[in-house]
Design a protein around this ligand. Structure first.
Ligand code: PGA
Length: 248
């Protein structure tokens, strides 16, 4: 069985004190959660949020990590720096990083390997643009990301994939339950083929893109969908709690 994982991606929102307030309010609302609950916060919020989640089920995630262990990489943060602060998860290759910060399949792969080496769980984002979907290129785009982003990984039970159709991110336009289920099923099937014998069957695949308190039940009821990566709705305590408690 694959344990569902609901992760909030705060993006560049919440100062440290705002973030601490948010998780303090969230704690009692998610205390009976059966899924894994993660908040991926801006790096500078990590110490305050770590303190605020103490004694709860909420786990800590970051939004990016550099691939080098250390060195002359001004502005970057290493996997060990995250690890020492109790960070357990890190989002890698989010479409915003690919679109605005020059992230490539190659750097996604390097970051993923570095995160794994440090004992962090990478949440690797893949997905197609609207143009690609409408052009019938979804599978081709995914095949390419699958081939390049995950090279060298030996145990896929240690990673999470977030399937995020770019056209659904922050747009309020969610993939239908069937679309999301079908595409995630395709990703799983393809990965089992390309990375045979590497525990792909135990890898969790989330859906991401305008998932909210209303549509989460339908999406989470789909057999292929193992969780959600939540942007906008993770900034509202009650909404995020409702998603975490999708099974109640
Ligand atoms: P959204 O963002 O939920 O605001 O669409 C999802 C994401 O970018 O991870």
């Amino acid at each position: 069985m694959r344990k569902p994982i609901i992760a909030g991606n705060w993006k560049m929102n919440n100062t440290a004190s705002e973030g601490a307030e948010l998780v303090k309010a969230l704690k009692p609302l998610v205390k009976d959660a059966k899924c894994e609950v993660v908040v991926c916060v801006p790096a500078i919020d990590i110490p305050a949020v770590k303190k605020a989640i103490h004694g709860s089920k909420i786990r800590l995630g970051a939004q990016n990590v550099h691939f080098a262990e250390k060195g002359a990489y001004t502005g970057e943060i290493s996997a060990n720096m995250l690890k020492e602060y109790g960070v357990q998860y890190v989002i890698i290759g989010h479409s915003e990083r690919r679109a605005y910060f020059g992230e490539t399949d190659e750097t996604v792969n390097k970051r993923t390997l570095a995160a794994l080496a440090a004992g962090l769980t990478p949440i690797v984002c893949i997905g197609e643009s609207l143009e690609e979907r409408e052009g019938g290129l979804t599978q081709k785009v995914l095949d390419n990301q699958i081939a390049l982003d995950f090279q060298g990984i030996e145990d896929f039970s240690k990673i999470v994939i977030a399937y995020e159709p770019i056209w659904a991110i922050g747009t309020g336009r969610t993939a239908t339950d069937e679309q999301a289920n079908e595409t995630i099923g395709y990703i799983r099937k393809r990965m089992k083929k390309v990375y045979a014998g590497k525990n792909v069957g135990r890898m969790r695949i989330q859906y991401g893109g305008s998932m909210n308190a209303k549509n989460c039940k339908g999406l989470m009821a789909q057999p292929e969908i193992d969780g959600g990566l939540i942007g906008g709705a993770s900034l509202k305590t009650a909404d995020f709690a409702a998603i975490v408690n999708f099974d109640k």
